[in-house]
Design a protein around this ligand. Sequence first.
Ligand SMILES: [Fe+2]
Ligand SMILES: [Fe+2]
Length: 371
Amino acid sequence: MLEISSKSLETYLPAGANPFAQERTERVLVVDDEHFIRDVLTKVVSAEGFKSDTAQDAQEAMQKLAQAEYEMVLTDITMPGLDGLQLLQHVATHYPEIAVIMITGVSDVKSAVHALSSGAYDYVTKPFNVLELKSKLHKALDRRRLVFENRQYQLDLERRVEEQTAELRNALVGIRNAYSHTLEALINALDARERETQRHSKRVSEYTLLIAQQMSIPLAELVDVERGALLHDIGKIGISDNILLKPAKLTQDEWVEIRKHPEIGYQILKGIDFLEEAARMVLQHQERFDGTGYPQRLAGKEILLGARIFAVVDTFDAMTSDRPYRKALSYQTAREEIIRCSGTQFDPELVECFLNIPEQIWFKTKQSLVA
Ligand SMILES: [Fe+2]
Ligand SMILES: [Fe+2]
């Protein structure tokens, strides 16, 4: 409700349309129960080039807000029925992108301050000065635009980050695939030479994972262990055919040659960044738990976990596969041999893990890899 004094009357009247006002697209909803005030405010709003609409109370304003789009609500605080503060609450909740300016009497500045803390952009006191009102209209709409642009910028930024993350993820998948293809190519090169033991590398890798699963190894480490297992015999590429493929027992000298394969493998892999850790496991895969292995005679936990795991499964696979000089041994025989060598050739803890895995799991895993 508004009391108009003769002194203040002229301050309500707009000085006419602003000849410099540009056509604006923003729509302003003027809410006041006083017909006269609505008219004055509408004239000011239109004179500044904005599109205007009116509502005589908060209820009507809510209906209009639900039906059309507005950029600003210019509302009286004191109105019959729902007051301006309740309308502000409604706008803040349902249309947070709308800027609200409150109109209040000089005696009710407290309500205006409360309105500001509830999300109103600004307030004007009645009787209001037209110039001040115009300036506040523009300021509020400019601020709203800035908030909008800022939000848009944030959204664009988030979208760009999301896009780049997706690109990065794809690139990583690509790199990972390239890694696996590189490993496959290396293994195929080895398999092509050593036909009798084809798929040995793949089986050792899968068997290693069976044991590793029981050890709760962190994923990053598991990737290295898997690569190391797959490549453990890659150094055999450097061993001559007449030793590697000899269909009979090896002589002492030939054993000396074949025992070079962990070091040859290490030399092949050591310069490759993503295989650095795997290369160290390759170097150590013929070490023995009691320190009598080769090439460095490491003992116990000095030997990398991955290398200790595939020492067990490497032997298991060698025993349970056909060799040029003998037929495959049974699971039971291989199991007994592994138990016999626990603590000497193998880490007893890992032998335990090996024994925990039932025979049919080993069998199934082997069958799944039959080429
Ligand atoms: Fe080996
Ligand atoms: Fe092997």
